[in-house]
Design a protein around this ligand. Structure first.
Ligand SMILES: Cc1cc2nc3c(=O)[nH]c(=O)nc-3n(C[C@H](O)[C@H](O)[C@H](O)COP(=O)(O)OP(=O)(O)OC[C@H]3O[C@@H](n4cnc5c(N)ncnc54)[C@H](O)[C@@H]3O)c2cc1C
Length: 492
């Protein structure tokens, strides 16, 4: 007879690892499955930025903060569009998630916490990360999980995909249909089924269906195919939050992963590099004041642009004299020197990368890159008038040089999907809900599967994916899941 577990966790990523480990720490016999050949999920790619208000790290540095202030900041940034219940659950328990990570050996950079301007800034320094970003998180939780695998509390099965769920007439889940490396389908059972299969940001068909038709510019894990969304809806759950979509500002096709995008290649954050270039849409118009402090303003403006695309336009003088727009991060294949000079690897991008364009006139640049040529010439002329006269049409303050010296350049950027905004509806105990908002028995979900929109509304609040994924996984394992053997033991 097939073994019955107390808990089956599907997806050994950011949320699944703590869910499995904490349940095991309470004595549960856990089956942890992952379709991939390794654990970690999106942590291999993630920035691993975490946010929490009221940590001992802040106290030690004299930073006054609390979950309430974190909550207020999220509601301010999201203009009240985040889900109050889910945000409360996340921020109230976020400090203990940071403390748990530190206790199990998480290496945090000494300058943490900081205010991160890559996303709309919090009012207080409450963002933390390690030297290896998402990998720093994984490197702390993997050995911790390994302890439970070694003790036999957690059985880990890799290369094993959840294909479906079986339900009884009351809709309780009675079995998980899984396909292992031998491609044979098997049914495993448990008291609790926890779906932590991540988002759908690699699924080109599903993404526009769930997000109002917006195109997908993926930069996440190839494994984020939305399996959990499809399987949970098949079991009676429903999807909410698709209208919360907000693209992340910028990203060009990743030469190392064709079809995926690299969000960090161009440095478009004025707090880290003031813009010298202009940003134009397909219609050849500037659509946002490039040096606005607000990431949210840039992202909201991008949401309204055709195909979620824009072009960063500049000339030879700007290319020579400005600090490199190509972000200088290790491993970046188009990393430039600062300032970039002819012959750097940055230049090679203009010789073949599909998002990089160079031409001897603005009109030819526009034709090559798919921008309205007449409008672009007009836009460049108006910008140049502003540079000479000191008054920019959009109120921009930083514009050291006009765009006038050939060759001219354009880098096409895209509104990228760092996370899935829509997700499976759950209640404050992370039980999957049906369309009447009634829990479906023993089916739980956490992580990106429940949708980033509930936690950040139609905005992007930094660290509000990794921290809630870890936190909700932890809460499930630590207290929310109950199993019959446990209840029987408690009754004795
Ligand atoms: C480039 C990038 C940078 C980011 N930076 C940040 C950041 O700095 N801060 C932040 O808060 N958020 C960030 N995010 C988002 C954040 O990292 C993710 O939302 C979060 O890690 C997702 O955690 P998860 O547990 O839901 O999913 P994952 O960690 O992706 O885990 C899901 C697991 O489920 C497995 N799986 C999927 N389908 C099945 C199936 N059918 N059967 C079995 N297993 C399955 C997958 O293989 C995977 O291992 C970033 C995302 C990206 C892509």
């Amino acid at each position: 007879m097939a073994q019955h577990y107390d808990v089956i966790v599907v997806g050994a990523g950011t949320a699944g690892i703590p869910a499995a480990g904490f349940a095991a720490s309470r004595g549960a016999r856990v089956l942890l499955l992952d379709a991939a050949d390794r654990i970690g999920g999106t942590l291999f790619l993630s920035g691993g930025n975490m946010s929490a208000g009221g940590t001992r790290v802040q106290t030690a540095k004299g930073i006054k903060d609390s979950p309430d202030r974190h909550y207020d900041d999220i509601m301010r940034i999201s203009r009240g569009s985040a889900d109050p219940t889910m945000v409360r659950l996340a921020v109230d328990h976020a400090p203990d998630t940071i403390h748990w990570l530190l206790d199990i050996g998480f290496e945090m950079l000494p300058e943490m916490p900081v205010i991160n301007h890559g996303h709309e800034a919090y009012s207080i320094a409450r963002t933390y990360w390690g030297p290896k970003l998402g990998l720093s998180v994984l490197e702390s939780i993997e050995p911790w999980l390994q302890g439970f695998i070694d003790s036999g509390q957690v059985t880990l099965q890799l290369n094993t995909k959840l294909a479906g769920l079986r339900q009884d007439t009351d809709r309780n889940i009675v079995g998980a249909v899984i396909k292992g490396p031998d491609s044979v389908h098997r049914v495993v059972s448990a008291d609790n089924y926890v779906l932590t299969t991540g988002g759908y940001t690699a699924n080109r068909a599903l993404f526009p269906m769930l997000n109002g038709g917006h195109p997908l510019y993926a930069l996440g894990s190839e494994d984020s195919m939305g399996d959990g969304v499809l399987i949970a809806t098949g079991a009676g759950g429903y999807v909410r939050g698709g209208e919360m979509i907000m693209p992340t500002f910028g990203g060009v096709e990743d030469p190392l992963r064709p079809g995926f995008y690299n969000g960090g290649l161009c440095n478009l954050t004025p707090q880290y590099r003031q813009p010298w270039e202009i940003y134009v849409n397909r219609e050849g118009e500037r659509f946002v004041c490039e040096d606005t402090d607000s990431v949210d303003a840039r992202e909201r403006a991008l949401l309204a642009q055709t195909d979620l695309r824009f072009w960063v336009v500049f000339d030879a003088a700007i290319k020579e004299q400005s600090p490199s727009i190509i972000a200088d991060w290790p491993g970046n294949p188009y990393r430039g020197g600062a300032p970039p000079t002819s012959g750097t690897i940055y230049d090679t991008a203009f010789d073949g990368h599909p998002d990089f364009f160079r031409a001897d006139s603005i009109a030819t640049l526009a034709a090559q890159s798919g921008i309205d040529a007449v409008a672009l010439e007009r836009t460049v002329a108006a910008f140049n008038d502003g540079v000479r006269g000191g008054a920019d049409p959009l109120g921009r303050k930083h514009h050291p040089l006009a765009i006038q010296e050939p060759p001219f350049y354009a880098i096409r950027n895209h509104g990228t999907a760092v996370k899935s905004y829509a997700g499976i509806a759950v209640d404050d105990q992370l039980r999957v809900l049906d369309r009447n908002d009634m829990p479906i028995g023993n089916l739980f979900a956490a992580g990106e599967l429940i949708g980033g929109g509930v936690l950040t509304g139609n905005s992007f609040c930094g660290g509000m994916s990794v921290t809630p994924a870890l936190t909700f996984g932890r809460l499930l394992g630590e207290s929310l899941l109950q199993w019959r053997r446990n209840e029987a033991a408690a009754a004795e």
